[in-house]
Design a protein around this ligand. Structure first.
Ligand code: GUN
Length: 283
C-alpha cells in the first residue's frame, strides 16, 4: 500500500517557515490580487489567497473590477500597481471573464516581471527554461516541495507528465529536468499513452479529466502526483487519478483534495516573500 503525500501538512510547514521569516522583517511584503468579474470559483480562490496572506503576515490588497471593465481599465490598474513601491507581488485571478475582449497574454506581459508571483511573464518563463528561475511556478513548485519533503529524489528517474499547459505541464517538465530527471510530456495527441505512463517512476497527471489515470496505466511502485481538480455535483472535488484503484500500486500518491491543491497557495506566499526580498536587495 502506498504512502500519502500530504499537501495539507507540507503546505502548513511552508507557510510556517514563510511566517517566521516575515515576522523578522521590518516591513511585511504586500500582495495585490485582482479579480475581474464575479465567478464564484474565482471568488473562493481569491478568498483563500487572502486567508493565506493573513496567516503568514503578508499584507493583501484586493482589487475588484466589474466583468465588463475592459482590458484598458485592467492594464491601467496593473500599471498603477507596477509603479507602487509598496506592492511586491501582483496576481490577476484567471480565467478572465469570457464574452469580453480580454487578452490574457497581454495581461501577463503587462505585469512587471519582478512582481509576477505567478511566473506567467515571458521573461520569467524564459528564466525558467534557462534553469535560472527567481520565483517558482506555483503549482509545479508545490509538487517539487511535496516530493522533497518525502525525500523523493528525481535524479535519473523517468518523470512522465500528462498535460502540456503553460501553467502546469510545461513548467512541471522544466523543473523536473532541472532536477536531472528524464522527462516525457504526454498530451491529448499522444499515441499509446498507457504504454508510456507505465514507464514512469514519477507520474504527474494534469489533464483536467476525472479519473483519467487508471490502474493499468501505472507501474508498480510508482510515485503518482495528481494535479487535477474536477468538481462533482455539489461541492465534492476529485482528481485526474482513480485514487482507489491506483493507490494500492504506488509507493507514494497525492490525494485530491489535500494533495497538490494546498501546495499552490503556499508557494505563492513563498514567491511573494522572495519577490519582496529581491526588490529590496535582500535576497
Ligand atoms: N487560476 C487558476 N490557477 C491560477 C493560478 O495559478 N494563477 C492565477 N492568477 N489564476 C489562476
Amino acid at each position: 500500500m502506498s504512502q500519502i503525500l500530504d499537501g495539507k501538512l507540507v503546505s502548513a510547514k511552508v507557510l510556517d517557515s514563510v511566517a517566521v521569516e516575515i515576522a523578522s522583517m521590518p516591513q511585511p511584503p504586500t500582495l495585490a490580487v485582482i479579480l475581474v468579474g464575479d465567478d464564484p470559483a474565482s471568488q473562493v480562490y481569491v478568498g483563500n489567497k487572502k486567508k493565506a496572506c493573513e496567516r503568514v503576515g503578508i499584507v493583501s490588497q484586493e482589487h475588484f473590477l466589474a466583468a465588463g471593465a475592459g482590458q484598458a481599465a485592467l492594464l491601467s490598474l496593473v500599471e498603477e500597481l507596477n509603479r507602487d513601491l509598496n506592492v511586491h507581488g501582483i496576481l490577476c485571478q484567471m480565467p478572465l471573464p469570457s464574452g469580453y475582449d480580454y487578452d490574457e497574454q497581454a495581461l501577463c506581459r503587462a505585469i512587471s516581471p519582478a512582481k509576477d508571483v505567478d511566473v506567467f511573464h515571458p521573461e520569467n518563463v524564459g528564466k525558467l527554461m534557462l534553469g535560472e528561475p527567481e520565483l517558482l511556478p506555483c503549482t509545479p513548485g508545490g509538487v517539487l516541495e511535496l516530493l522533497d519533503d518525502a525525500g523523493i529524489d528525481l535524479a535519473g528517474k523517468h518523470v512522465v507528465v500528462i498535460g502540456r499547459s503553460n501553467i502546469v505541464g510545461k513548467p512541471m517538465a522544466m523543473l523536473a529536468l532541472q532536477r536531472n530527471a528524464t522527462v516525457t510530456i504526454c498530451h491529448s495527441r499522444t499515441k499509446n499513452l498507457p504504454e508510456i505512463t507505465r514507464q514512469a517512476d514519477v507520474l504527474v497527471a494534469a489533464v483536467g479529466r476525472l479519473h483519467f489515470v487508471t490502474a493499468d496505466m501505472v507501474k508498480d511502485g510508482a510515485v503518482v502526483v495528481d494535479v487535477g481538480i474536477n468538481r462533482l455535483e455539489g461541492r465534492k472535488v476529485r482528481g485526474d487519478v482513480d485514487f482507489d484503484a491506483v493507490a494500492p500500486k504506488c509507493s507514494w500518491i497525492t490525494p485530491v483534495p489535500g494533495g497538490v491543491g494546498p501546495m499552490t497557495i503556499s508557494i505563492l506566499m513563498k514567491n511573494t516573500l522572495q519577490a519582496a526580498k529581491l526588490q529590496r536587495g535582500e535576497a
